[in-house]
Write a protein that binds this ligand. Sequence first.
Ligand SMILES: [Mg+2]
Ligand SMILES: [Zn+2]
Length: 191
Amino acid sequence: MIAPTPALFLDRDGVINVDVGYLHKPEDCIFVEGIFDLVKRANALGYKVIVVTNQAGIARGYYTETQFLDFSAWMKNEFSRNYAHIDEIYFCPHHPVHGLDKYHTQCDCRKPAPGMFLEAQAAFNIDMQASVMVGDNISDLEAAIAAGVGLSNLFISSSIDRTITEIEEAQAKKLQIKTISSLKQVSLSNT
Ligand SMILES: [Mg+2]
Ligand SMILES: [Zn+2]
């Protein structure tokens, strides 16, 4: 039996890349400052690095799953070129209202549901309590907390209005989270 391993869970849009809306082309991808260093730090400390991303653009027909997977392969390779490693990318292609055909469903993977986290937990034998989530939406953190992730970081990189709204919502829902304005502020064990 292999001992459980901690994971660094990352939302994609707004955490790994600047959220330009339905990103699916390399030429539109701007990486968030500090993301390669954060992933390198996690790699060095023995964390699995797991991306968990809602991709309603697939549900809406803006791009296909194949286009998403091609883009994901490109993104993982950009991390490799920067000496950082992403272990897996989980995505939800559904939407309960705007999904077309098979994507129109109330699934258990779209955040704030914890499905993607639980799938990763089973696949990688993850110690959820020792794990860390970084997201830029309350729904990211609700999903992580529902899955038992020990530390949830709300990454606020955009406008002050958004900051206030998100923090107020987190307080109203009494979420146990840490608010950060730089990816350098993500605490991993021994750092
Ligand atoms: Mg996001
Ligand atoms: Zn889903």
